[in-house]
Ligand binder design. Structure first.
Ligand SMILES: [Zn+2]
Length: 423
């Protein structure tokens, strides 16, 4: 049902103007209030009754669809994340996570504390369904009941919220990780309550590394420390997943040091793109093309952006600073991305530094000789690229820390990759 239909239904039930009802609803919905709660609030405002008398259906998770208004369901609590949201000037603590039964999983938001924890088996009465990202989600509110189930609900999923860093994806809530702190720094930011100190840095475990932010600095988080963090939430930060510690997260020091990986996980490009960006990842693929904007380039001295014909988009006419860069399209047969190599790696690949490149350009009276030489060297060959992958509106860019010819029968593999692309 869209907001118009909801407004129409409410307006006729209450005998008031539809536009007014719709304005009220829209106002509440923009604060992420679930539609059923919003309708009740509007109903109360106009002196209507508090609930519709509908008996919800008892269902399995697999059968829950956005067509349902509300349901009864018996589930296992896989995890519980806690978060504060500010609504109409007040902080409200909500709980979010995932429920499961033997037929599937569903995410939930609980607008009050029913006291359940990860691992509990519970029967929920009258949970509202709302659509989130095209999928149904359970909303537990004032009209919902929660009772402990008589028997444990057995589920084919991991219970408790423990995860490796590699498993985490933006949007995950109530996750627990055991990690080593690789780097940490204190920063002062301008938050909604004025200036606040936060911690940010890098965490690692056996699977990978991820950046983190601790919004309420904790003393256990120091370089080299092995810690267990419970109740984190994962956000996307500059195109990669980032571990966030809220006021509800707990940090415990671990006696046994957490083993950390020296290597980045090697992944198929399609899988890395599906993950929505990764902090440290390695792919092996063929350089299909060295893109425009590679070779000898000029940057704005103010902002570092690449400039064209002495013009910066932000700073107008500027005296450009010479630099070397490569933007190479890498394809491994599953998908493609753009590897971006900075000055140092480009110097290695080109076999000369900025002044060598300028000499070559001057001699040929053409800057393009530099990118041509690079293209000649790279195109059609297999490379291993390691770095930070961001996937956003600017495309899939892998900012390379390492870029190396891949030795395993490169000719065969490159040919195979090219054939796969052409098919
Ligand atoms: Zn500029």
């Amino acid at each position: 049902m869209d907001i118009d239909s909801h407004a129409e239904e409410l307006a006729s039930a209450l005998g008031v103007d539809k536009t007014e009802v719709k304005d009220d609803l829209e106002n509440l919905l923009q604060y992420s209030v679930p539609i059923d709660e919003a309708k009740q609030s509007v109903r109360r405002k106009h002196g209507g009754g508090t609930t519709e008398s509908v008996t919800p259906e008892s269902v399995s998770i697999r059968d829950i669809s956005t067509e349902h208004n509300s349901v009864n369901v018996t589930v296992r609590v896989l995890n519980v994340g806690t978060r504060t949201i500010r609504y109409q000037g007040e902080d409200n603590t909500i709980r979010e996570g995932t429920f499961a039964d033997e037929t599937g999983t569903i995410s939930y938001t609980s607008w009050q504390d029913f006291g359940f924890e990860a691992g509990d088996s519970i029967t929920i009465g009258n949970a509202n369904i709302r659509e989130w990202d095209g999928n149904p989600e359970l909303n537990l509110g004032a009209n919902t009941t929660v009772a402990f189930a008589d028997e444990t609900v057995t589920v084919p999923y991991a219970v408790g919220g423990d995860a490796t860093l590699l498993e985490l994806e933006p949007g995950d809530r109530g996750q627990n990780v055991e990690v080593r702190v690789l780097a940490v720094e204190t920063r002062t930011i301008n938050g909604r309550d004025g200036e606040t100190e936060i911690l940010s840095g890098v965490l690692a475990d056996e699977t990978t590394k991820l950046p983190f932010t601790d919004w309420q600095p904790r003393s256990e988080i120091e370089p080299g420390a092995s810690i267990r963090i419970e109740d984190t939430y994962i956000r996307e930060f500059r195109g990669v997943p980032s571990v966030n510690l809220s006021e509800f997260s707990t940090v415990t020091s671990l006696e046994t040091p957490v083993q950390v990986t020296e290597n980045a996980p090697r992944m198929a490009i399609a899988d890395a793109l599906d993950a929505g960006g990764m902090y440290d990842v390695e792919v092996v693929g063929t350089v299909l093309e060295v893109r425009d904007g590679s070779g000898l380039i000029e940057r704005c001295p103010e902002c570092g952006r690449v400039i064209q014909n002495g013009q910066c988009r932000s700073h107008g006419a500027v005296e450009g600073k010479d630099d070397l860069r490569i933007k190479a399209i890498i394809d491994d047969g599953t998908d493609a991305l753009t590897a971006i190599l900075g000055t140092e790696l480009t110097t290695t690949v080109y076999g000369g530094d900025i002044s060598d490149a300028k000499d070559a350009a001057r001699e040929a009276m053409d800057k393009e000789v530099v990118s041509s030489a690079i293209a000649e060297r790279l195109e059609g060959r297999l490379y291993r690229v390691r770095g930070n992958l961001s996937v956003d509106e600017y495309g899939a860019n892998l900012n390379a820390d390492e870029f190396e010819r891949f030795a395993e029968s490169p000719h065969d593999a490159a040919t195979a990759a090219l054939l796969e692309v052409e098919q």
